[in-house]
Ligand binder design. Structure first.
Ligand code: HEC
Length: 262
């Protein structure tokens, strides 16, 4: 069609339409390229070639840490790959995965000369248990794996963590550390670790606050469990309970509303 002053407007509109369509096409194309680029970058970590394989993954340090939601955990997680004799295996591939929202650096690596990999973990933004999974291929084409719990704790749970470290863990935690020698072995009646969900999840909030405030004797249990009602404030007792609920394994599920059960 010949362009004349009369149909000029029509031609201009058609040209603009074509340009707009071209624009959309270009945008779509670049978006595709970008996303391909992203996908590529995510999987770009060069595939690691195992120089050796192990048969177990063990935690050296850094599990069961408490951090604020969204924060980098204070200590590195150090994992080790061992062979079936329990000896460290250098040059094994170790991969780490975690729940949505976490950052794992590095997410895969070869174990160093000591058979170890050191990883920094950043938690997601919601408080609760963060289970990480470490995997490593073994000699039989299978994978060995290990679950590593970490916790994102709100303010109250962090207060509870401190209360536990100051007052409770010397009896309730059977592990002795350099900073604190455990009293657990000296106790005639053994308390449970606060992680023992099979015991603690059956105790109601009232059960817990009673035994903590009034001691073992008041609830017909051992006098070796002291009363903390004079030492700790109500909010501190609440805090240690919310810490106990946080670290419970299996996880604690708050009881449903009454009409939920009917
Ligand atoms: C001096 C040692 C000691 C300290 C310190 C201690 N406890 Fe205990 N606790 C015990 C013993 C022993 C039992 C077991 C009592 C029984 O079964 O008769 C117990 C039992 C409990 C129980 C009942 C569940 C269980 O583990 O059997 C709770 C809850 C509890 N303690 C909370 C706490 C809290 C919270 C603190 C810190 C504020 C604390 N305890 C500090 C010795 C201790």
């Amino acid at each position: 069609m010949k362009i004349t002053p009369r149909n000029l407007d029509f031609h201009l509109r058609a040209a603009r339409r074509t340009a707009a369509q071209l624009g959309i096409l270009l945008a779509a194309l670049s978006a595709t390229l970008l996303s391909v680029g992203c996908m590529h970058r995510q999987s770009a970590a060069p595939a690691l070639h195992a120089k050796a394989t192990g048969s177990a993954i063990v935690i050296v340090s850094g599990d069961r840490q408490l951090g604020s939601p969204g924060s980098l955990l204070p200590q590195s997680l150090v994992l080790q790959v061992n062979d079936d004799q329990g000896n460290a295996v250098p040059g094994a591939v170790l991969q780490l995965a975690g729940p949505a929202g976490v950052t794992i650096r590095p997410a895969q690596a070869l174990t160093d000369d000591n058979g170890q990999v050191t990883v920094r973990l950043t938690l997601g933004g919601i408080s609760g248990l963060y289970p990480f999974t470490a995997t490593s291929p073994d000699a039989h084409g299978k994978t060995v794996s290990l679950l590593i719990p970490e916790y994102a704790a709100g303010y109250q749970q962090q207060v509870g963590f401190q209360v536990n470290a100051t007052y409770c863990s010397r009896c309730h935690d059977s592990n002795s550390t350099v900073e604190q020698v455990s009293n657990y072995d000296n106790l005639a009646v053994k308390p449970h670790a606060f992680t023992s969900g099979d015991i603690y999840n059956k105790l109601s909030h009232a059960d817990l606050s009673n035994i903590i405030a009034h001691g073992g004797v008041a609830v017909n249990r051992s006098a070796l469990m002291p009363a903390y009602g004079w030492t700790l404030s109500k909010p501190e007792i609440e805090a240690v309970i919310s810490y106990i609920r946080l670290i419970s394994d299996p996880p604690y599920r708050a009881p449903g509303l009454v009409y939920d059960k009917q």
